[in-house]
Design a protein around this ligand. Structure first.
Ligand SMILES: *Cc1c(COP(=O)(O)O)cnc(C)c1O
Length: 349
């Protein structure tokens, strides 16, 4: 099938998963969203095979998606919103753990009829969600009226000061109420050390490092859909722009709907680099962008911005053009890409 395909070396992938599971305490695999490019259900099936007891999804609606594939406990990472009917319904499901990130929402759940299983999120320097450390003492008495499963701490990726922050927040939380710590983005050794230091169970939530950590174990390719020779001065593309020279216009599967041309958030350094590129009048500033497709051994320039499901790429004269139907390498970040097919294979074939 023509499209954008990821091929996983299955044995190698599973060996990597086993390694992460082996060196990380009580892993809670995160399977939210588009399932890190592989799909939620595939990852849920992998979690069942791995025999983990608990997984984490992002949204209440994803609980139903993995239902029937994974039978264990499911954490909803997005904070509980009492205005969301499904989130309210799920507080009664015995296998669902609800993350609560506001004191008022915890009060509401504690005052309700049931006894939902609850993780209470502590706000970190990310300033995303969670109770402030000074609110934790107020939260503690409410925990008698829910099934308190632990404290959730979602740390920034930035390493500087992260261990100290984790320790400070975890200590404040555990002093308010003894309970397990559910941590994200903290190295395994630090998770383990924190648990030992504070005398509580620890769980490490892992997504990207688990599912995408072994980049060499996979290839992502796109199908060549068409190849057209062009002469110098000819025009091509929606915008009818003059081609950069003689060569070929290669039409490759993979467009904006696959995440081609999308970039993950950039750092300040990169913005600075961009400003430099603009100032120096590079090809990027001239409206040309390097495509993620490799043709004849090199990344090639887009002829124009990617279309929805395909891209036009310019291959200069002198290169060897691909044939229609060839699969060419494409570099995509799977955290933001949508693929047409996932193929599990063996490196031994
Ligand atoms: C998405 C998410 C994770 C997983 O993040 P990765 O960087 O993919 O490991 C962990 N914890 C929380 C709270 C999340 O929302």
């Amino acid at each position: 099938m023509a499209g954008v395909t990821v091929r996983l070396d299955e044995e190698r992938w599973q060996a990597h998963l086993a390694t992460v599971l082996g060196d990380t305490p009580a892993v809670v695999p995160v399977v939210k969203g588009h399932g890190y490019g592989f799909g939620l259900v595939r990852l849920a099936a992998e979690c069942r095979r791995l025999g983990v007891g608990t997984i984490a999804v992002g949204l209440p609606s994803e609980v139903g998606v993995v239902h029937g594939t994974f039978e264990g406990d499911v954490v909803i990472l997005q904070p509980y919103d009492p205005a969301d009917g499904l989130a309210r319904t799920l507080t009664a499901a015995p296998h669902v753990l609800t993350t609560v990130s506001r004191l008022d929402d915890l009060r509401g759940l504690a005052a309700g009829d049931g006894r939902p299983r609850v993780l209470v999120e502590v706000q970190t320097s990310m300033r995303r969600h969670g109770l402030r450390p000074d609110e934790l003492a107020q939260a503690a008495p409410l925990l008698d009226d829910v099934v308190f499963e632990g404290w959730s701490i979602h740390l920034p990726m930035r390493e500087e000061g992260r261990r100290e922050e984790a320790e400070r927040l975890a200590r404040t939380a555990v002093q308010a109420r003894l309970g397990p710590l559910w941590l994200s983005h903290l190295p395994a050794a630090q998770v383990r050390a924190l648990g030992e230091e504070l005398g509580v169970d620890v769980r490490a939530r892992v997504g990207t490092r688990l599912w995408l950590g072994d980049a060499k174990g996979r290839t992502v390719t796109a199908t060549v859909l068409d190849v057209h020779p062009v002469r110098r001065g000819e025009r091509a593309g929606y915008r009818g722009r003059v081609v950069p020279g003689a060569g070929w216009v290669v039409v490759v599967a993979g467009g904006t709907s696959h995440g081609v041309g999308l970039e993950a958030p950039t750092s300040a350094t990169t913005w600075r680099q961009r400003a430099t590129a603009l100032a120096t009048g590079s090809l990027g500033a001239a409206g040309r962008a390097l495509s993620p497709f490799t043709l004849d051994g090199r990344k090639r320039w887009f002829l124009e911005p990617p279309h929805m499901q395909s891209s036009q790429v310019f291959l200069p004269a002198g290169a060897t053009p691909p044939a229609v139907g060839d699969e060419v390498p494409v570099e995509l970040r799977l955290t933001i890409a949508t693929l047409d097919a996932v193929i599990m294979g063996s490196s031994k074939n």
